[in-house]
Design a binder for this molecule. Structure first.
Ligand code: IPM
Ligand code: MG
Length: 363
């Protein structure tokens, strides 16, 4: 299997966590005789500083020529006073738009041994396995008009969707639900917003193509509560861009840490892979970052761009095994610390790497 992977590690903890993911992918390539070619380019704050723009042309060209883009994180406090279109985040939004992936898959899975890390009771989180499908190219993030009119003291953004934009992401979500527990929850605010009414009507249309999948609709405010009260009731959760951004961070409560969540964006020219967490500038460069979200993102690269299901599963089972052996990064070491060994970013990466190697030898 040949795979050209562009690595855009970005800012803050991005480079540290991405390094660990890449090391594992390299091992898997050499062990399985795969030809993975890695290229590195700048994005985000580091690109603003060195190239004067958060998404240099060189990075964009390389991304469009790749089979998969693996991104670390973007953002930093030094850019906080810049307007949205000049910030590191603008580079991320621009690469998302250019690659064209509109379905952002964010699996949130409760590892039994991490239940102690969740503020929710173990019996509530145990067994939770939710797949968020977040629409990534529409809604308030990209809708026009948008402006902060300082003279008027007024600012506006636009939540806009077309029927086609909703239908295409809904089809992906239903398709995934059909292969899972066959339940789809669509999240909107149809009691207030026209755009949500279009969303709901379109989801119901698409639902007819998937008679085997049970569909329900939830308002986003109620959903925020249900997710915490009864996370195990949800299978695939389909949402628009901003609601998905908010609910996927909320789902970190289920897994115990935002550092555990991976994501894959599919449906466009080139798939984009990024952990859900941000650049965490406060802990950057200290070896404190949790690389598991990035490592699990690596598994999604293998699954969705490489078709290497066994290898993707090997990474996921290895992460589970390492956690079961009591190894933790500091974000996961709260609560009961008995039988727990706290590791640095690199040490955690090395543990998973070792475990994946053994797993593939034994397979
Ligand atoms: C995410 C992040 C991004 C988003 C930011 C960094 C632009 O929060 O991927 O969830 O809002 O999409
Ligand atoms: Mg977010």
């Amino acid at each position: 299997m040949k795979l050209k992977i562009l690595v855009t590690a970005g800012d803050g903890i991005g480079p540290e966590v991405t390094n660990e993911a890449v090391a594992i992918l390299k091992d898997i390539a050499s062990q399985g005789g795969h030809d993975f070619v890695f290229t590195e380019k700048r994005i985000g704050g580091v690109a603003i500083v060195q190239d004067g723009t958060p998404l240099p042309k060189d990075t964009l060209d390389a991304a469009l020529a790749a089979d998969a883009v693996l991104l670390g994180a973007v953002g930093g406090n030094e850019f906080n006073s810049l307007p949205p279109d000049k910030r590191p985040e603008a580079g991320l939004l621009a690469i998302r738009a250019a690659l064209g992936g509109f379905a952002n898959l964010r699996p949130a899975f409760a590892f039994k041994v991490l239940a102690v890390n969740s503020p929710l009771r173990p019996e509530i989180v145990d067994g939770a396995d939710v797949l968020f499908v977040r629409e990534l190219l529409g809604g308030l993030y990209f809708g026009k008009p948008r402006e902060w009119n300082k003279a008027k003291g007024e600012a506006w953004n636009t939540m806009r969707y077309t029927r086609e934009e909703v239908a295409r992401v809904a089809r992906i979500a239903f398709g995934l639900a059909a292969k899972r527990r066959k339940r789809l929850t669509s999240v909107d605010k149809a009691n207030v917003l026209e755009v949500s009414q279009l969303w709901r009507a379109t989801v119901d249309e698409v639902a007819k193509e998937f008679p085997g999948v049970m569909v329900e609709h939830q308002y986003v405010d109620a959903m925020a509560m249900h997710l915490m009260n009864r996370p195990c009731d949800f299978d695939v959760v389909l949402t628009e861009n901003l609601f998905g951004d908010i609910l996927s961070d909320e789902s970190a409560v289920i897994t115990g840490s935002l550092g555990m969540l991976p994501s894959a964006t599919i449906g466009g020219k080139v798939n984009l892979y990024e952990p859900v967490h941000g650049s965490a500038p406060d802990i950057a460069g200290k070896g404190l970052a949790n690389p598991l979200g990035a490592i699990l993102t690596g598994a999604l690269v293998l699954r969705h761009s490489g078709g290497l299901e066994a290898e993707a599963t090997a990474i996921e089972s290895s992460v589970r095994k390492v956690l079961e052996q009591g190894f933790r990064t500091p974000d996961l070491a709260r609560g009961n610390t008995q039988g727990i060994t706290v590791l640095s970013t690199k040490e955690m990466g090395a543990k998973v790497r070792e475990t994946v190697k053994q797993h593939l030898v034994n397979a």
